[in-house]
Design a protein around this ligand. Structure first.
Ligand code: XBP
Ligand code: MG
Length: 272
């Protein structure tokens, strides 16, 4: 599978045409009280005595992808499970169960969008900025989150959705971003990525995308080398975004004018 960066050989300064969003930790805080709980419930229902604490799960987030995370943990704590002839089917069934439990948690209304996400998406959409998703998460889990967050708008909101196993090499490999850019037929310098994690910023920047980071409790101490700017969240009127590092935030919130400004600064630097 291609894990080459999808950089254009020659760069030109272009206007911002599309914004590509990560999902987990970026659109919503799904990890600690969503995916983590679903993994733990799936383990219990499968007779495993594994329990991923909040801290342990934070460490395990370095392994992107749910199946990959289970495989990594099993290799350390119960390697015999991976040596069985049916180990791959066992792992897929366990992850399928986890995904069903996650969907139930989302449907029960347990996971809200992060501050400023709905506001910014609405503004970008009204201005004709193209929207896409690049995530490691399984498509069915993503679909549940989008449906519960955006309802009937879900179908028309994101033009391209890159999720799960559509590429073999997950973040921090750039492949998912390269895949999305190919579907949109856009060069990376016409776009901006919004991410929350270290593997996320590594994937997006390796694909040549200027990247904004909105940190979450798991990534707040991250060293986001290469990010355009780092903020606590996108902010809402009356609840300003907190700037943490990188290019400064001009106003209260991250809005289209701010994204255009950051993007212009980034691509003019790239074109030099
Ligand atoms: C998210 C992930 C995912 C979720 C679990 O990364 O790493 O693995 O934790 O999802 P990102 P699945 O936000 O960078 O996309 O169990 O559906 O794989
Ligand atoms: Mg993420």
């Amino acid at each position: 599978m291609n894990s080459r960066p999808c950089r254009e050989p020659r760069r030109q300064a272009v206007n911002l045409q599309a914004v590509i969003f990560d999902v987990d930790g970026t659109l919503a805080d799904t990890e600690r009280d969503g995916h983590r709980l679903a993994f733990n419930r799936a383990f219990a229902q499968s007779g495993l005595d594994w329990e991923w604490s909040v801290v342990t799960y934070g460490e395990l987030l370095a392994v992107t992808g749910g199946k990959e995370r289970i495989r990594f943990f099993a290799a350390q704590h119960a390697p015999q499970l991976l040596q069985r002839p049916d180990s791959e089917a066992w792992l897929l069934a366990l992850h399928q169960l986890k995904s069903e439990i996650y969907a139930q948690l989302v449907r029960a209304g347990g996971i809200a969008l992060r501050p400023g996400v709905a506001r910014l998406l609405g503004e970008l959409r009204s201005a004709g900025i193209r929207l896409a998703i690049a995530t490691t998460t399984t498509p069915s889990s993503l679909q549940e989150l989008l449906l519960s967050s955006f309802g009937a708008q879900t179908e028309s909101l994101f033009e391209v959705i890159g999720a799960g196993d559509v590429v073999a090499a997950k973040k921090p490999a750039p492949d998912i971003y390269c895949w999305v850019l190919r579907q949109m037929q856009l060069p990376p310098q016409a776009c901006l990525a919004v991410e929350d994690s270290l593997p996320g910023v590594q994937a997006a920047t390796a694909a040549g995308l200027p990247t904004l980071i909105t940190v979450n409790p798991y990534s707040v101490d991250g060293n986001f080398v290469g990010a355009l700017s780092v903020v606590a969240d996108l902010g809402e009127p009356g609840a300003p975004a907190r700037h943490l590092a990188g290019a400064p935030l001009a106003g209260e919130c991250v809005d289209l004018a701010q994204l255009r400004l950051w993007h212009r600064q980034a691509v003019s630097g790239m074109a030099r």
